[in-house]
Each structure stands twice: as C-alpha cells, then as structure tokens.
Write a protein that binds this ligand. Sequence first.
Ligand code: 5GP
Length: 167
Amino acid sequence: MEVLVTEEQIARRVNELGDDITRFYEGKPLTVVILMNGALLFGADLVRAIRQPLRWDTFICSSYHNDRSSGELAIRCDLKNPVKERHVLIVDDILDTGLTLKAVKENMEQRGALSVRTCVLLNKNIDGKLFMSPDWTGFDISDRYVVGYGLDSNEEFRNLPYIAARE
Ligand code: 5GP
C-alpha cells in the first residue's frame, strides 16, 4: 500500500474545513447528513470541527443509472429527522463521477431544505466535468482506487487512519 494522505494531513485539513464551514453557516440552522458507511469517520471528525450548534443525521443509499434514467436513488436507511427549513450539508467520502452525490442533493432539495451543499473528503473528478463539483473538498487525488479512513475494499481497510492506494 502507498500512503497518499497521512493521519496528520487529514486532521489538519478537517480542522480547516471545520473553520470554513463554521464561518459559512454561522447562526443558521444546520443539519449535517453523513453518507454511510464510507463517510462515517470523516463525518464524525468534521462535525466536531464545526464550532456551532448543529444536528447530524445518517443516510444509506445507492444510486444507479440505466438507459432511461440517471441518478435514481435507492434509499436503504432514511434520515431520522426532517430537513425542511434547515440548511443541509451532505458529507461524503469520495467523489468519482458525482452521480451519487447529485442524486442525494436533489433528494434533500425535494424535502424542502433551505439550501443543500456538499463536502467530500476526496475528489477524483478534479475538473468537475461530470455530474457535479462539491462545495468543499478535503483533497484532490488522482484516479486510483483508495482505501482507509472509512473507505473500503470489499468492506475491509475502513479502519486505517490514513488514505492509501494499492501500489
Ligand atoms: P460516484 O457516484 O461519484 O461515481 O461514486 C462515488 C462512490 O463510489 C463513493 O461514495 C465510493 O463508495 C465509491 N468509490 C469511488 N471511488 C472509490 C475509491 O477509490 N475507493 C473506494 N473505496 N470507493 C470508491
């Protein structure tokens, strides 16, 4: 395994993101929606770096596309609380095509959220030419399969405290 992002780099960047996000939402009703399972650790660290009152919730889904549709969402475990009249920040592990995040964003908008923004730990889709670009990004990375800090390969490696790629 080649370490791409160390534990220290993650901690520093999460704090920077927390500061930016705190300034952005100051005084507003905020719900952080953590996409499981990949964003569990990132989301848990990020909410502690946001220095203002907030609610968090978790969401388990998958998106799929076929000839007639793109970004259809299959919800496996829905939010516990409504997001109507709240600002929503969706937190995800990694953005590749952006299809999943785009579908989740539209779903949150349909629930009457005041605004819906996105924060991803890793962005592979650096030029944003596919489905969407995130509002906040931890790190831009090259197009390699990565694991660790929540990201898996066949459900393993999620507990690594750093981000790594196979050599
Ligand atoms: P998208 O909808 O943006 O194409 O795909 C995003 C999802 O694909 C991520 O939430 C993640 O589950 C999975 N994914 C994409 N690239 C990687 C990767 O390099 N490593 C891991 N573990 N999952 C990935």
